[in-house]
Structures are given as structure tokens and as C-alpha cells.
Design a protein around this ligand. Structure first.
Ligand SMILES: Cc1ncc(COP(=O)(O)O)c(C=O)c1O
Length: 440
């Protein structure tokens, strides 16, 4: 007896995130399987994954160790509460994560996404100052063009106007550093631009305006990812660190994209040699297989909370699924893969090849800048007159039709493949993009 063909999908009920729903639903693109570096379409066609899903599948798709860890855990312990209770996997994963975290980031708070990891970090920063008798430090400093998720906290410190403009006033007492991108100074830089460290001094201007005694924390993505891979100028993050130290301001690195090998080091903090007080991560944490976020803090930040009276909840915050057992199992299996396969080191070794392949697109029609670091790259295109983003989307679609998934953010083409990518696959990604730009 022949199997019934599957009923055609009705795409209407699902309100899709960050998607032009009507456009998408006229011509839905689906992936229904994945393995290694590839997605598979329902018709069996393969697509080379140039963006690691959504910057998260750093160890490649459907790793058997992670799949087995998830299945094993789900069979044994489907869920356990983490408010006033515990289960071994959460403690094991916390210990393993902190053991390989930069400097004295020795404590971790679990959540379910990058947005939650950021909201958690902001609340930890505010509560830290309150616990130390400086409750007037309520101001948060973000940066233009940054992306810190979509919770009201993270959105409030984010600097992408289009994400914010329809949602009211957001949090009060927020100010913004300028972004670090100036094409006239840094177009086609390989790695970190030499120009721009002085932009960190804008923090002194903000301090002078509001007074340091009102400022709790500065939050930045070490490399601004979603906005189009803005690599920090040489010395910029060091300068931010110095100014924060001088004024008793906490420095938060949002490493939701940067962590877990993406920049050729386990963390951006290691790559740039700058220690944050709080570090958020999410995407690579479970290799994208299960939602999870994490907020790591330095020992002194945690200890500031521990003066609360005995029996008091020191930090009134948490999620039903904080430290979910299945996510912890996936996280432990992911960390083991990273350690065993040295994925950060692999990314670092591939970086020169990646860089050359990216910059080989210089001079192609429409290209106005190329930026790279680790296994991240952006190829920025000149927008079509009066139609920002249209060209980027068309190029993304054309690459997909040729079997390569390359993301567009406005008119910047973004590449961030799984770290298991090999040289021929790097060639394929950039040559597909080149062919599309040449109209081939
Ligand atoms: C730097 C950064 N922070 C936070 C987030 C939000 O993460 P999520 O989408 O998991 O909430 C993202 C997502 O792209 C991100 O890139």
C-alpha cells in the first residue's frame, strides 16, 4: 500500500517572528531536516548553512552526542523545578561552564534565550549596586546599532531604531554610546579597525552629563553581530573597561553571538583580552538544539548579593525553565564537543582563509565594504535608491536558490557558518555570493 502524500501546509496560523509574514507565506521556504553543514528541503534539495541556523549551531547540525543527551535526559527527567529545588544536571553544567569561562566569571544564572540572559544581566547589575548601598545607580548605558534581544529590558538598551519605534517609551534612565562604524575610516579593514578607540571616551561625556553615581552598567556586544558585524576598533573595549573601572560602573559583554568559538576563542572576552563583570551567552550554548540562555558573573558580583539575611531569596528573579534538565544535558554535550574538537582553535586557524575569501569580493558590483573577524563576515551592499534592504533580501533569496543560506540584515550580507565548515564549503559560500552579485 502506498503512503498517503502529506497534506499541503497551511502557513496562515503561525505568526512568524521577524518575518515579512505576507511575503513569506506567498512562497514559503522550508527546511525539514539537517545534518552537519547542510539543511535539507522537503524536496530533498540540500542547502549549505552559511549562518549556523541563526548564529547558533556552532558545532554543526544534529550532532549525535547532543541528540542522545537530550533523548536520555527526556526519558529520565522530563522537568524539575528550580525554585528552591534542584537536579544534578543544572549544577554539573554550571560548574563546567564556569570552569572554562574567562577570568573569575564563577557563577551562572540560567534562562531560556539571549533576551532573557540580557534582562537577567541588567537586573543583576541594578541589584548589585542596591545591595552595596548604591541604589541610586539606576542608569543603563547601551550603544547605537546594538541588538540585545526583544525583552523590554534588552530592547531598551538596544540601538536599532526599527526594533524600538513601535513600543512606547521602554525603560527610563537609558543613554547610548555612539556606534563604532565609520566607513570613511575603516572600509575593507581585515579584522579590527585601527581607527575608533577614542569613541569609547564618549562614555566620559555620558558620565559627565549624568554623574557616575547614577550609572549602573554599560552593555555592549564585543562585536555587534545582527546590525552587520561591526568589529570593535583596536583598543576600544580596553578603553571602555578602564572608564568603567574608574567610575565603579559594571561592564556587561553580550556574547550571545560571540561566545563558543565564533571569534576563534572560546569567548570574545578572551579574544580581545578584556574582562567583563557580567557576560551573557545563549546561541552556541546548546548548539541551538534546545533553547537556553546563561548570564555569568564575577565572584564579587555574586558575593554582593550574599549579604542578604539568612533565608532571604537573594535575587528575586528566575524562569520556570531556568536550568531545564534537557537544556543542561544538551549544554554539557555541546561543551564536551567544543573541548574535544577544539572548535575555537579550528575557527582561529581557518580565519585567514575565511578573511581572504571574504575580501576577494571587493570590487564586485554593489559592494561597498567587507568586514570580518573569527568566522564572521559581512559584505555590505549599496542600497537601491530609496529601497533600503531590498537588494540584500534579493541577494539572500538568489543565494538560497543556488543552495547557500546567507543572511541579510538590511543590505549587509552576513556569514557565520558552523565552525566545522571546511575550505571548499567556505569557497562555495563566497563564490555563490559572488556569482549572485555578478548577476550570474
Ligand atoms: C547579541 C545578542 N543579544 C541578544 C540576542 C537575543 O537572543 P534571543 O533571540 O535568543 O532572545 C541576540 C539574538 O540575535 C543577540 O545577537
Amino acid at each position: 500500500m502506498s503512503a498517503q502524500p502529506p497534506a499541503p501546509l497551511d502557513p496562515e496560523a503561525y505568526w512568524m517572528p521577524f518575518t515579512a509574514n505576507r511575503r513569506y507565506k506567498r512562497d514559503p521556504v522550508l527546511f525539514d531536516a539537517a545534518e552537519g553543514m547542510y539543511y535539507q528541503r522537503p524536496d530533498g534539495g540540500k542547502v549549505l548553512d552559511g549562518i549556523a541556523g541563526l548564529w547558533c549551531v556552532n558545532a554543526g547540525h544534529r550532532r549525535p552526542e547532543i541528540v542522545q543527551a537530550i533523548a536520555h535526559c527526556a526519558h529520565q527527567l522530563d522537568y524539575a523545578p528550580s525554585f528552591q529545588m534542584g537536579h544534578p544536571l543544572a549544577f554539573q553544567f554550571a560548574e563546567a561552564l564556569c570552569a572554562q569561562a574567562p577570568g573569575d566569571l564563577s557563577r551562572v544564572f540560567f534562562s531560556n534565550s539571549g533576551s532573557e540572559a540580557v534582562d537577567t544581566a541588567l537586573k543583576i547589575a541594578l541589584g548589585y549596586h542596591k545591595a552595596r548601598g548604591q541604589g541610586q545607580r539606576v542608569r543603563l548605558i547601551g550603544r547605537e546599532r546594538s541588538y540585545h534581544g526583544v525583552g523590554f529590558g534588552g530592547l531598551s538598551v538596544s540601538g536599532i531604531g526599527g526594533h524600538r519605534k513601535n513600543f512606547g517609551n521602554l525603560l527610563p534612565y537609558v543613554d547610548y554610546l555612539p556606534h563604532t562604524y565609520d566607513r570613511s575610516q575603516m572600509a575593507y579593514t581585515h579584522g579590527q579597525p585601527a581607527w575608533g578607540a577614542h569613541l569609547a571616551d564618549e562614555l566620559e561625556r555620558i558620565v559627565a552629563l549624568h554623574d557616575a553615581s547614577t550609572i549602573a552598567a554599560v552593555i555592549v556586544e564585543p562585536v555587534a553581530g545582527s546590525t552587520g558585524v561591526l568589529v570593535p576598533p583596536q583598543g576600544y573595549l580596553q578603553r571602555l573597561r578602564e572608564i568603567c573601572d574608574k567610575h565603579g560602573i559594571l561592564l556587561i559583554f553580550d556574547e550571545v553571538i560571540c561566545a563558543f568559538g565564533r571569534l576563534g576563542a572560546a569567548y570574545a572576552s578572551e579574544r580581545f583580552g578584556v574582562q567583563p563583570d557580567i557576560l551573557t551567552c545563549a546561541k552556541g550554548l546548546t548548539n541551538g538544539a534546545i533553547p537556553m540562555g546563561a548570564t555569568l558573573v564575577r565572584e564579587a558580583v555574586y558575593q554582593a548579593y550574599m549579604d542578604a539575611p539568612e533565608g532571604a531569596i537573594e535575587f528575586s528573579h528566575g524562569y520556570t525553565y531556568s536550568g531545564h534538565p534537557v537544556a543542561c544535558a544538551a549544554g554539557l554535550a555541546t561543551l564536551a564537543i567544543h573541548q574535544r574538537e577544539g572548535l575555537a582553535q579550528r575557527a582561529r586557524e581557518l580565519e585567514p582563509y575565511w578573511e581572504d575569501a571574504a575580501h576577494a569580493l571587493r570590487g564586485l558590483p554593489g559592494v561597498v565594504d567587507i568586514r570580518n573577524i573569527g568566522l564572521l563576515a559581512a559584505v555590505e551592499l549599496e542600497p537601491l535608491p530609496g529601497q533600503a534592504g531590498k537588494r540584500g533580501y534579493a541577494v539572500h533569496q538568489a543565494c538560497l536558490a543556488k543552495g547557500s543560506l546567507i543572511r541579510s540584515s538590511g543590505d549587509a550580507m552576513l556569514l557565520s557558518p558552523p565552525l566545522v565548515v571546511d575550505k571548499p564549503q567556505i569557497d562555495q559560500l563566497f563564490s555563490t555570493l559572488a556569482e549572485v552579485l555578478q548577476g550570474a
